[in-house]
Each structure stands twice: as structure tokens, then as C-alpha cells.
Design a protein around this ligand. Sequence first.
Ligand code: NDP
Length: 291
Amino acid sequence: MSARLIDGKAVAAEIRTRIAGEVASFLARTGKVPHLAAVLVGDDPASAVYVRNKQTACEKAGLKSTLHRLSVTTTTEQLLELIAQLNADPDTHGILVQLPLPAQIDSQHVLDAVTPLKDVDCFHAENVGLMVQGRPRFLPCTPSGCQQLLIHAAVETAGKHAVVLGRSEIVGKPMAMLLVQKGQAADATVTICHSRTQNLAEIVKQADIIIAAIGKPQFVTANMVKPGATVIDVGINRVGDKLVGDVDFDAVKEIAGAITPVPGGVGPMTIAMLLQNTLRAAQIQVGASQT
Ligand code: NDP
């Protein structure tokens, strides 16, 4: 039997339409347009495409976006200077530093320097801490995008076994933290697997929900999937001229109950959640300055 397809592109479009309405009423109420500053260092073509897609999505939803493009030889100090300017600018509500940064830059130092109120990627320790404690200021974009897909597809998560493949700060760890919270698309029993995990295939096979975020093309094969499981594929891997996920889609869709495609699954959701966070950042900052 073939799995139900979870169409991230369609869900993201619905969310972006809702956000556009909220941006319009925010503007009518405050006279302000939520404004995202995107920082792109160097000339990595994939990063340039990601940033362009984020900017286009902002503009379509009525948010303002400004690109700050810096040369590949930028130093940590120069980048910190720009971050300080953006932190201090009352008309900039969100700051996005596109990763990866060139090797000479101390990425952690730069991400730590973004003021938590403008940290729309939810990378800052203060925002991660609030999220882990179940009182989020922002939700991490890719994991919350996955959670929205589970909600949209009406996947039962309470008491279910969710296996997250990958433990990065951007996807794996925050994903596991969201799934283990109390509430909607959460309350799961969560296992995190990584490159040192033993018997990984056996663990994945026990999952009711699999979130694959390891960056290895078609790593999750059909024999690792329990019949009827929900499979969310975060991976984006270029193989020749094709983009493929971390899941062997064609084989796994015959076993799974529901599955996201790549492209058109998690990717568009990440962008929708970034817009959501930028609007929220503007609401927090403008609200604070008006009280
Ligand atoms: P990282 O490289 O930062 O992390 C990969 C994780 O996978 C690590 O925890 C690593 O373990 C684990 N891992 C690697 N190989 C194996 C293996 N053979 N078995 C088990 N675990 C393994 O990647 P990201 O989290 O940033 O991204 C993961 C994927 O998601 C990539 O394809 C990326 O392009 C994609 N991505 C997609 C987004 C979207 O919007 N759709 C957004 C962000 C990322 P260890 O920690 O032990 O090294």
C-alpha cells in the first residue's frame, strides 16, 4: 500500500497566507512592517539560493527583507560589528545569519551576539532554554515546521515512539525537545539517534514517527520502517542534478502510513516558520516600545 503524501508546499502556502493577513493587520495597527535582515557571507551558491527564497517569501507575505552581503574574507570582528548595528536598529526586527559561515569566522560567537529578541532562527541559548522549558519566545524553524506537518496530517503523537535521526543544534536536538513537550504534536516518547548509536536500524524500526535529519542520501531504507509509520524527511542532499532526502522515498512510501517528499516537504515549512518568527519578533519589539 502506498503512503499518504504530506504536502509541505501546500501547508506552507496556507501558513504564509495566514501570516500575510496578520502582517497586514500589524501594519494597520502599528504603522510598522516586520523587517528581516538577512546576512550572507561569501559566495556559496546553495546559501545564496536559500537566502533568496527566504527574501522572496518575506516580500510575498508583506514583510520587508534586507540582504547584507559580505565578502568571503570577512573577519569575525567585522561581522560582529554588523550584528551590533542590526541589534541596535529599531526598524530591524529579525536577524538571520545564513550558515555555514566561512571557516575563519567564529560562528558560535556570531550567533551568540544576535540579541535574543531578534533571534528568529531560535539559535540563542536564551531562546533554546525557553523552548526546552516549554515557554518558547520563538520556535526553531525546521523542527516547528515538522511539527506543523504532523498537526496538518493529523498524526497522533501522544504516547507514540518518535525516533529522531540526527542531533544537530539546528534540527535534531530541538526537534526531539519539541516532541517531548506537553501539548499538540508532542507528548511523544522520544529517542535520538546519531553517528555513535548502536543498532540504529532496530531502533528506527520501532518508531511510530521517524524524523530523518542526518544529511545522508536515502539512508532510511524500507526495511528500517515499521508498516504504517509516519516519516518526515528533513534531509536535502544533492545527488548529481537531483535533490534527494535522507529517506529512500520510492521504497519507503510503500511501507509508511504517511511521508513527506523532498523537495516539497519540510523545506517550504522552514521558510514559513521563519516568517512566523519575524512577525512575532516585530510584535514583541513594537509592542514593548509602545507600552
Ligand atoms: P548536521 O551535519 O549538523 O548533523 C547531522 C547529524 O546526523 C549529526 O548529529 C550526526 O551525528 C548524524 N549522523 C550523520 N551520519 C550518521 C549516520 N550514518 N548514522 C546516524 N547518524 C548520523 O546536519 P543538519 O542537522 O544541519 O542537517 C541534516 C540534514 O537536514 C541535511 O541534509 C541538511 O541539508 C538538511 N536540512 C534541511 C533543512 C530544511 O529546511 N529542509 C534545514 C536544515 C537542514 P553526530 O552528531 O554523531 O556527528
